[in-house]
Design a protein around this ligand. Structure first.
Ligand code: GAR
Length: 195
């Protein structure tokens, strides 16, 4: 089996990136992580990736003329790594339509809500304020519109009476770390595609 070559985009902690790296260490997993790009030099996840022996690159927008130029630099780096699939893992910057169109069907994102509910930021607080009794996470294809691409998989958690945003986020994160490697496995095996 030829493993798919996967690049990851992060902005911070990188715990979902870690879950993908750990999954990909298993011989039978159909994908390998070949590089990690962060838009922030201080992203904690970079340290883990480097310790795991994975090439990393920092591509901050402020070093470029605009977001289009920064996204082109990211595409160039991913293409230099011969990436087949891009996983956004806590990447907190909006991508340009040029980038998302170039990687259409080949890039996926994890979002901490049961999409289409709660696109954007502060999803856990907003779920609490809306009185939801269940919440969760979604892996979906990346399309130009934010948090709007076709869904590959979702995982649900209950919202408990005494939850605040951090306790709810922690419960969701446990599910994210299981859902994301499973979704990437399906894409790598060609079991899901963007029609
Ligand atoms: C995760 O909860 C992820 O779903 C979310 O940020 C967190 C990153 O954590 N992503 C978004 O909100 C994307 N808009 P991590 O860096 O530890 O994976």
């Amino acid at each position: 089996m030829e493993k798919k070559r996967v690049g990851i985009l992060i902005s911070g902690r990188g715990s979902n990136m870690q879950a993908l790296i750990r999954a990909a260490e298993k011989p039978e997993y159909p994908a390998q992580i070949v590089g990690v790009i962060s838009n922030r030099a201080d992203a904690e996840g970079l340290v883990f990736a480097e310790r795991a022996g994975i090439p990393t690159s920092v591509i901050p927008v402020k070093q470029f003329a605009d977001r289009i130029a920064a996204d082109r630099a990211m595409t160039s780096q991913f293409e230099a790594w011969e990436v087949d699939i891009i996983c956004l893992a806590g990447f907190m910057r909006v991508l340009t339509p040029e980038f998302t169109t170039h990687w259409l069907g080949r890039s996926i994102n994890i979002h901490p809500s049961l999409l289409p509910k709660f696109k954007g930021l502060d999803t856990h607080q907003r779920a609490l304020e809306a009185g939801e009794n269940k919440h969760g996470c979604t892996v979906h294809f990346v399309v130009p519109e934010l948090d709007a691409g076709p869904i590959i998989g979702q995982a649900e958690v209950p919202v408990l009476d005494d939850d605040d945003a951090p306790t709810l986020a922690a419960r969701v994160l446990v599910e994210e770390h299981k859902l994301y490697p499973e979704a990437l496995r399906k894409l790598a095996l060609g079991q899901v595609s963007l029609a």
